[in-house]
Design a protein around this ligand. Structure first.
Ligand SMILES: Nc1nc2c(ncn2[C@@H]2O[C@H](COP(=O)(O)OP(=O)(O)OP(=O)(O)O)[C@@H](O)[C@H]2O)c(=O)[nH]1
Ligand SMILES: [Mg+2]
Length: 455
């Protein structure tokens, strides 16, 4: 599949690699099989490989469009694995457009979003997980996320996947070989060491899975929806968590009508906090829409913070008809707010089906406890994640783990060698999706088109 894609990518592509707009320097990147016409046309001189050369960038009439640095990276020692030309000129939108137009005139076409990274992947300069980490590094919102993305880019995550794949391939060859000799098949299926080997592999997958979940949290964060009756202090809590007065707070019930969002971080864990309209029966047209929106947000939450006034101590959400009617699937934290009014101390209680926490949005009492609770509720460990990952990777690891478990069942319950072999094959396929060895073109298209142009 890779080879056929490479063959269709014979045209030369160009794009601005630095952000659009005005800046000191703009870098234009050109990649393709043959850049001689472009270099001859715009620079009218030869370039030594990987040497920065100060020169004029020329138009058709040989007038200078700009002056800057040109660097030529001959294939395969370049980012994309093709011949690459980088022009570093002045960062003005007009001058950049003129240079790009000139390059297009000389035979290149505009690059699609992510097309440089896609070519790097197709030419096996990086695998899929590494290509994704480029986008993650660029989009990183915290030092933690940037470091983790860098580790992924350097191949640490891919390396772990390769180790798992190696063990799986060994296991598969053992099983397949045994299947070829039906007499020995009986021995091999009864051989406890095979069960052990699959067990060990499942624990190894679990280990990588837990790290990948951490990496995916760093990359995607989680959505926390604050909901409850009017005046409970939802907007006050949003403001307290975000550290700014983003929501209007008054003592009038029904103050918040729209959905408000703030992105915050707790020790590198990105949290998308959503404040919603207080839930109650209302005849007010605007408030009713706000309440509908709140209900929609609750459905999308990764965790729900249900706020009640601390005076309502003993409130049981699970027997509250209003709460039940929301049919919230997300895990719940019941937050008693305004403890300053009843002279209570912050406290956290683990109930069988949810967590209870006492805070004051006004005095900030218990806010650190709440933050700590949110971190541990999603399994986020302090310190940094080793590498960045995506939900896609976590899902692939889970699928692989599931296949291994099914293989184990077939082995133990029925000694069904063929089925064991088949499941091990699925397990391998799922793992290979992470690094892109078995990935279909649709998925590739989706992944790379989410990048920006020039990457
Ligand atoms: N004493 C005290 N007052 C609080 C606390 N949190 C909020 N309040 C007050 O309670 C009132 C309502 O606060 P909001 O944050 O607007 O409540 P809300 O839940 O967003 O209300 P709606 O948007 O109307 O649903 C305001 O007067 C706040 O100052 C708290 O911890 N202690
Ligand atoms: Mg509010």
């Amino acid at each position: 599949m890779k080879a056929s894609l490479v063959l269709t990518n014979v045209d030369t592509i160009a794009a601005l690699a630095t952000p659009a707009g005005r800046g000191g320097v703009a870098v234009i990147r050109v990649s393709g099989p043959n850049l001689t016409p472009i270099i001859n046309g715009i620079l009218q001189r030869e370039l030594s490989p990987r040497i920065a050369t100060f020169c004029d960038f020329l138009d058709e009439q040989e007038h200078s469009l700009d002056q800057g640095i040109a660097i030529f990276f001959p294939a395969p020692h370049s980012f994309t694995g093709e011949n690459v030309l980088e022009l570093q000129g002045h960062g003005g939108p007009v001058v950049v457009q003129q240079i790009l137009q000139r390059i297009f005139q000389l035979g290149a076409r505009p690059a699609r979003p992510g097309e440089f990274s896609e070519r790097a992947f197709l030419n096996e300069k990086i695998d899929l997980a590494q290509a994704e980490s480029i986008a993650d590094l660029i989009n990183a919102n915290s030092v933690h996320a940037a470091r983790a993305a860098m580790h992924s880019l350097q191949g640490e995550f891919s390396q772990l996947i390769h180790v798992l794949l190696e063990s799986l391939i060994q296991l598969r060859s053992y099983v397949e070989a045994a299947l070829d000799f039906s007499e020995e098949e009986i021995d091999f299926l009864g051989d406890h060491s095979l069960v052990e080997k699959i067990d060990v592999l499942i624990s190894c997958v679990d280990e990588v899975l837990s790290q990948a979940k951490q990496g995916a949290l760093l990359q995607e964060g989680m959505t926390i929806v604050i909901a409850g009756k009017p005046n409970a202090g939802k907007s006050s809590l949003l403001n307290r968590l975000s550290g700014r007065e983003s929501a209007i707070v008054t003592d009038i019930p029904g103050t918040t009508r729209d959905v408000l969002r703030e992105d915050i971080q707790i020790d590198g864990l990105p949290l998308h906090i959503v404040d919603t309209a207080g839930l109650r029966e209302s005849q007010d047209k605007v408030e009713k829409i706000g309440i509908e929106r709140a209900q929609e947000e609750i459905k999308k939450a990764d965790r729900l913070l249900w706020i009640v006034d601390a005076k309502e101590e003993g409130f049981d959400p699970l027997s509250d008809p209003f709460f039940i009617s929301l049919q919230c699937a997300a895990p719940l934290t019941l937050v008693y707010n305004k403890i300053d009014l009843i002279d209570k101390k912050p406290e956290l209680l683990e109930k069988p089906l949810y967590t209870e926490i006492m805070i004051s949005a006004k005095t900030a009492a218990g806010i650190d406890l709440l933050k700590k609770h949110l971190k541990s509720a999603v399994g986020y460990h302090d310190g940094e994640g080793k590498f960045i990952a995506r939900i896609r990777h976590v899902d692939a690891l889970k699928k692989s783990r599931h296949s291994l478990e099914v293989a184990l069942k077939h082995l133990q319950a029925h000694r069904a060698g063929e089925l064991v072999a088949e499941e091990l094959r699925y397990a391998q396929k799922s793992l290979s999706e992470i690094t892109g060895e078995f990935t279909n073109e649709d998925l590739l298209g989706r992944i790379f088109s989410s990048f920006c142009v020039g990457k």
